[in-house]
Design a protein around this ligand. Structure first.
Ligand code: ADP
Length: 621
């Protein structure tokens, strides 16, 4: 299945949206910056202009003052020196005065300045007239009359003119001061305005940012929420399709995918149901009884064989506790154990009454694990071994009969060879002696085998009776130690026996327990080095209501591949049992005896150096 999303269109659209936003933001920032530059520029320009106007008027007033001063001096010089010609300096400065006056006249900026200007020109005109009058008085009446005219008429006009010129200067100076203060205030105002406009622009940009990201992210959020719901397996959800942007595009594609998933799921469910029907049919067709229980030990499946065996039908058994339907504590214990420890059980043989006869079953429980490895139940199989058991019994009986029949002739053979080897019935040559010795050795080995076979078949068939009573384990171990100490010494082996003297009494058949310890001890002696380095330890101790007896040695040990079957019949480790001294039945006999005592026997896997066999027996309360 493939999903196609038109990424080209989506990228383009996303790009556009972001482009619009950034263009808008850039525009806002640019407008704000341009406005700031303009307003600052404008402010400085207007200050310059205003200042320039006032400055021009002041300059004109100053220059007019200088010109009039010079005219006055020229006039005085004319009066006192009685020059015939009108003073040249006077004329020059008159032009200068009028030049600066016309500038001042063109530069009226302040209130009342026009009045001062007209006062100046009217005083100046008067001054000029008076000057002409002074010249004619000088010519006609003489210098003393002209001086009188000067002091009475011209000087007051001169003073008035000077006053007006000062007024012009003052009015412009004050105006400059005023404008400087105003410009300062305007500058502060402009700063505040620029700050406010920048702040407003920033807020606007932030709002645009929030709005735009909100518009992009909000639909994505709802998409994520819906995807989360869908990921839990709820394909019934559908994304709402609004608008015309890429999110809508994505939602459309998503809904198409959902549709396909729904279809796929329904196909899957159908397939799973078919598969489950198939598995159910397979399970039901298994001939051996099978029970499946869940974590709470409730039955979730009983195949037909199990229904028949326990006389119960599936409908009434499902979801009921195991013991409610099948009143077998031994099977339940096995299931519970497997469930709790999360490991497959051992194969355990049990008897079940079925259709009036005693049937034998081999029980096996195995935990069921889910995909994450957690235990979710237990499957228990009961393999009907009634027929196998019958054959085994027949075989055991046969072995037992044959062994029994072998015993007498074997004893005769061994006795006969003994007599011959002792030259009781005549001399024998060396070859005959060799042969007789070989016959005797084989005969004795056969006798051991026959005896072991007989013992085992008696134990397994239940023909053997156990003389159960409280026995002192300390005495049993001490007796074994005694029996084997000579043989051990013969092979330069050291035996250490460490037994707590106050070890509790064990309810057991002393001779059988003795047989077990003897078997373990004789094996240890057999397989431990005979070069003086051999050490055997026998230990007995109590722990948590059990008595433990262990026999360990520093021999070759049991190879890994033989460990799980070392207690089976006829198992011998070829590399160890080179001379085929034993029968391969000793450990099998030990196991049968210990199991008959409700105990356990095992090989200690943790022991790395040599072999260590341990058996445990329950201490009676
Ligand atoms: P067997 O009569 O052959 O000793 P057992 O059943 O007593 O029969 O032992 C089975 C085999 O286990 C032996 O043949 C031997 O290979 C191995 N075995 C038993 N005990 C020991 C031991 N202490 N050290 C090494 N191998 C041992």
């Amino acid at each position: 299945m493939s999903f196609k999303i038109s990424t080209r269109k989506m990228t383009k659209s996303l790009k556009l949206k972001l482009l619009y936003t950034f263009t808008l933001i850039s525009l806002l920032v640019s407008v704000n910056t341009i406005w700031t530059i303009f307003s600052l520029n404008d402010l400085s320009q207007s200050i310059d202009n205003i200042m320039q106007f006032n400055y021009n008027s002041i300059e004109a007033a100053q220059n007019m003052s200088i010109a009039i001063e010079r005219q006055d001096s020229a006039q005085l010089a004319y009066m006192f020196n009685a020059d015939s010609e009108p003073n040249e300096i006077f004329i020059e400065n008159q032009q200068e005065f009028l030049k600066w006056f016309s500038r001042a006249e063109d530069n009226i900026t302040e209130p009342n300045e026009d009045k001062i200007i007209s006062e100046i020109i009217s005083h100046y005109k008067l001054y000029l007239n008076q000057y002409n009058t002074l010249i004619s008085i000088q010519v006609t009446e003489g210098s003393s009359a002209s001086r009188g005219f000067y002091y009475s008429e011209i000087l007051p006009t001169f003073e008035n003119l000077k006053l007006e010129l000062r007024n012009l200067q003052n009015i412009n100076q004050n105006a400059m001061l005023d404008k400087k203060n105003k410009a300062h205030n305007n500058g502060t105002q402009a700063s505040i305005l620029i700050f406010a406009s920048s702040f407003f622009t920033l807020i606007l940009i932030a709002l645009i940012g929030i709005y735009t990201t909100g518009r992009i992210v909000k639909p994505l959020h709802s998409l994520i929420e819906n995807v989360k719901i869908i990921s839990t397996g709820d394909y019934s959800k559908k994304l709402s399709i609004k608008g015309n942007d890429e999110i809508t595009e994505l939602s459309k594609e998503f809904n198409t995918m959902l549709e396909k998933l729904r279809h796929f799921e329904s196909m899957n469910i159908r397939r799973i149901m078919e598969e489950s029907k198939k598995s159910e049919a397979i399970v039901k067709s298994i001939e051996d009884p099978m029970i499946v229980t869940d974590k709470e030990n409730n039955i979730i499946l009983l195949n037909e064989a199990a229904q028949k065996l326990f006389s119960s039908d599936e409908v009434n058994s499902i979801n009921k506790h195991f013991l409610e339907i099948i009143k077998r504590d031994d099977i339940f214990e096995n299931i519970k154990n497997s469930m709790e420890k999360n490991i497959p059980s051992e194969l355990i043989d049990i008897d079940i009454e079925f259709e009036g006869s005693n049937n034998h079953f081999r029980m096996y429980s195995n935990p069921i694990k889910n995909q994450t490895g957690n235990n979710i139940g237990v499957i228990t199989l009961l393999q009907d071994i009634t027929k196998l058991k019958e054959v085994d019994n027949l075989k055991s009986e046969f072995v037992s009969t044959v062994s029994h029949e072998f015993r007498t002739p074997l004893t005769s053979i061994i006795m006969g060879t003994d007599i011959m080897l002792n030259h009781v019935i005549g001399e024998i040559n060396d070859d005959q002696e060799e042969m007789l010795k070989a016959i005797k050795e084989d005969g004795e080995r056969l006798k051991i085998l026959v005896n072991d076979l007989l013992d085992l078949s008696k134990i397994q068939s239940g023909k053997i009776t156990y003389d159960m009573k409280p026995n002192n384990l300390y005495d049993i171990i001490k007796s074994s130690h005694h029996q084997f100490i000579k043989t051990a010494e013969m092979h330069s082996i050291k035996i250490n026996t460490i037994v707590d003297e106050d070890i509790p009494k064990i309810y057991s058949d002393a001779s059988k327990i003795q047989l077990v310890i003897n078997n373990l001890l004789s094996n240890a002696i057999k397989y431990t080095p005979h070069d003086g380095s051999g050490i055997i330890n026998i230990k007995a101790y109590t722990s948590k209501g059990n008595v433990y007896v262990s026999v360990d040695d520093n021999g070759p040990g049991i190879p890994y591949e033989y460990r799980s079957k070392i207690f089976d019949k006829f198992i011998q480790v070829p590399s160890v049992t080179q001379k085929r001294e034993g029968s391969g039945l000793g450990l099998a006999i030990c196991k049968e005896i210990i199991l008959a005592h409700n105990g356990q026997i095992w090989l200690d896997e943790a022991n790395k150096n040599g072999s260590k066999f341990i058996f445990s027996l329950k201490v009676e309360d």
